[in-house]
Design a protein around this ligand. Structure first.
Ligand code: COA
Length: 141
């Protein structure tokens, strides 16, 4: 839950993925997945969170977890016109509540202050590697 009319839940079946993809593109937060691949990313994640305002999807986030000790937070996004109203915090807390006792890791380019407000602390050092070419796989065709 968040402030005023914002609601956060896990109701993946309510999401219009074409619209979500268009909103991500408009916010310059699209990473190249098709709408179907975006849906698949969320469907295949252990935990998902969606923020709704007046029946419209205004945010999303997902968490990969082994169900024991480690989780990875990804695709955290609030639509630009409803930012700073608590949706991001509500989505992350909705996800965190489902992995008690687990370590949540994430990577961010420029949302450090947002995550700091939510209790995340830098833990050097994050390394990454793309296997082959980004999104060149059957899931994204
Ligand atoms: C980062 C993002 C998800 C934050 O969403 P949001 O709904 O605006 O966040 P909230 O309103 O819940 O903010 C939670 C706290 O973080 C702070 N915060 C949010 N964005 C911030 C920013 N850009 N700079 C500084 N503080 C910020 C808020 O002030 C609030 O602090 P408080 O609760 O202590 O008062 C949103 O700006 C976004 O979608 N950005 C583009 C995508 C992105 O970068 N996602 C992260 C990828 S790793």
């Amino acid at each position: 839950m968040a402030s005023d009319d914002l609601r956060v839940d896990s109701s993946i079946d309510r999401v219009d993925w074409d619209r979500a993809k268009a909103d991500l593109v408009a916010d310059d937060f699209d990473n190249g997945r098709s709408a179907a691949a975006l849906r698949r990313s969320f469907e295949q994640s252990q935990h998902v969170a969606f923020a709704w305002s007046d029946g419209e999807l205004v945010g999303m986030a997902r968490l990969l977890s082994d169900g024991v000790c480690n989780a990875y937070l990804i695709d955290v996004w609030t639509r630009s016109d409803v930012r700073r109203r608590g949706a991001g915090r509500a989505m992350v807390e909705h996800l965190a509540a489902q992995v008690p006792g687990q370590h949540i890791g994430l990577q961010t380019d420029d949302a450090q202050e947002f995550y700091a407000r939510l209790g995340f602390r830098p833990q050097p050092e994050f390394l990454s590697r793309v296997v082959g070419k980004w999104l060149d796989n059957d899931a994204n065709r």
